[in-house]
Write a protein that binds this ligand. Structure first.
Ligand code: S3P
Length: 448
């Protein structure tokens, strides 16, 4: 778990060129889902390439608390022996999901239609985040939740003893909410229908189909209509987790802004619901190629090659692309600082309720490093200064947010003066090998 330890101040010095191959860790979203669906099937699910970051390890611990077995072989293969849909036992301890919004929201969904109670908590960041977006639809199944003011953790969820299926239109673009409802629908009789107006990452739907659930997605005028037939017997699977595009974003963006760089980032999941950053970087004029495009385990995959791109231009990011790059706006704002002209990002209200208020956190740090930023409730604009003209020299608050910490480390690689963060410890939630991986490429990141 992050946020309980000693803060790790970190400074990134001007570096480069960055070169070599960056094997980033497994996809965080897919890793959580593999453990949870493994726990809900009967028999042994085998997972390779699982992200062993704190967020996912907290989900593994939670699955054990609900009665599944989750073990790791010496070679890093994970084995989950599940209890079946509706088979969760009542945990005898509080479930601590650490820093992970995905972990807590998906697990709440997965237990909400079983006749058990569970109490959830997290670190200082997670305990500030809104949970009503999940507990409201779970109440429609018959579950009850009692938490702190504003629907905050710690919170106890009492699962429905006689769940009813639900038809629910997700009011915010959120794969976590969609997934919580689908996972709850697994143990409700009949058809649970989830409607989303904007497409969000669809790993839950793909993986449920892989585990043998009957799930159908239709593109209609009201949006994507997803229909799940409840109470299936899920069949254990062999899952190869692709590498995380949200982690690949950091070496890719670092290479693009650091003179002379040429970095290969192999085996990156390029599910269209996740790849918006790469499309945007190309629109800005970045030298970013997809090599060896292929399909693995039902997900599109490619090797990314990113090279230094001296002539980046600011762009207007289409709001309808937001869901496909929601976690990448922080590092995009760093690239935007090195571009010529303004980068306009609209329709991004959700950034204010992530591990931190990501617009506020990035705007404060960028301004302190000499970059003009304007922002409003659901938009922000970064005034690029062009390659070679980004002052840096600031210390930024990471607000217990891994992506804020890594984004400012990327900024330091090409700014005129070093960039520091007060606490880089949250990086372990999603990218535990960030420091050695970036050092091997030629980055100069130091503790302190
Ligand atoms: C995730 C969904 C996104 C994303 C998060 C992972 C998921 O959150 O920001 O890092 O795995 O479903 P929202 O669903 O709240 O947009």
């Amino acid at each position: 778990m992050s946020g309980h330890g000693i803060p790790i101040p970190m400074t990134s010095h001007r570096a480069g060129p960055l070169s070599g191959t960056a094997h980033v860790p497994g996809d965080k979203s897919i890793s959580h889902r593999a453990l949870i669906l493994g726990a809900l099937s009967v028999g042994e699910t085998v997972i390779t390439g699982l992200l062993e970051g704190d967020d996912v390890l907290d989900t593994a611990k939670a699955m054990r608390a609900f009665g599944a077995e989750a073990t790791r072989d010496a070679d890093g293969t994970w084995r989950v022996n599940g209890v079946g849909v509706g088979g969760f036992a009542e945990p005898d301890q509080v479930i601590d999901c650490g820093n992970s919004g995905t972990g807590v929201r998906l697990i709440m969904g997965a237990m909400a239609t079983s006749p058990i109670a569970a109490t959830f908590t997290g670190d200082a960041s997670l305990n500030k985040r809104p949970m009503a977006r999940v507990t409201d639809p779970l109440a429609l199944f018959g579950a009850r939740a009692v938490g702190r003011a504003g629907g905050r953790l710690p919170m106890t969820v009492v699962g429905a003893a006689d769940p009813v299926p639900v038809r629910y239109e997700v009011p915010v673009p959120s794969a976590q909410v969609k997934s919580a409802v689908l996972l709850a629908g697994l143990n409700a009789p009949g058809e649970t229908v989830v409607i989303e107006r904007e497409a969000t990452r669809d790993h839950t739907e793909r993986m449920l189909a892989g585990f043998g659930a009957q799930i159908v997605t239709e593109e209609t005028e009201e949006g994507r209509v997803i229909t799940l037939t409840g109470q299936p017997e899920l069949r254990p699977q062999s899952i190869v987790v692709p590498r995380d595009p949200s982690s690949a974003a950091f070496p890719v963006c670092a290479a693009i802004i650091t003179p002379g760089s040429d970095v290969l980032v192999p085996n990156i999941g390029l599910n269209p619901t996740r790849a918006g950053l790469f499309t945007t970087l190309r629109e800005m004029g970045a030298d970013l190629a997809y090599e060896n495009e292929r399909e693995e385990g039902g997900e599109p995959v490619a090797d990314l090659r990113a090279r230094f791109s001296p002539d980046l231009s600011g762009v207007e990011v289409p709001p309808e692309r937001a869901a496909s790059m929601i976690d990448e706006y922080p590092v995009l704002s760093v690239v935007a600082a090195f571009a010529t002209g303004r980068t306009v990002m609209r329709g991004v209200k959700e950034l204010r309720v992530k591990e931190s208020d990501r617009i506020a956190a990035m705007a404060a740090g960028l301004r302190a490093g000499g970059i003009a930023v304007e922002d409003g409730p659901d938009w922000w604009i970064v005034e690029g200064r062009g390659h070679g003209n980004v002052p840096g020299g600031q210390t930024c608050a990471s607000h217990l947010d891994h992506r804020i910490a890594m984004s400012f480390m990327v900024m330091g690689m090409a700014a005129q003066s070093p960039v520091s963060v007060d606490d880089a410890s949250p990086i372990a939630t999603s990218f535990p090998v960030f420091e050695p991986l970036m050092a091997a490429l030629g980055a100069d990141i130091r503790r302190g």
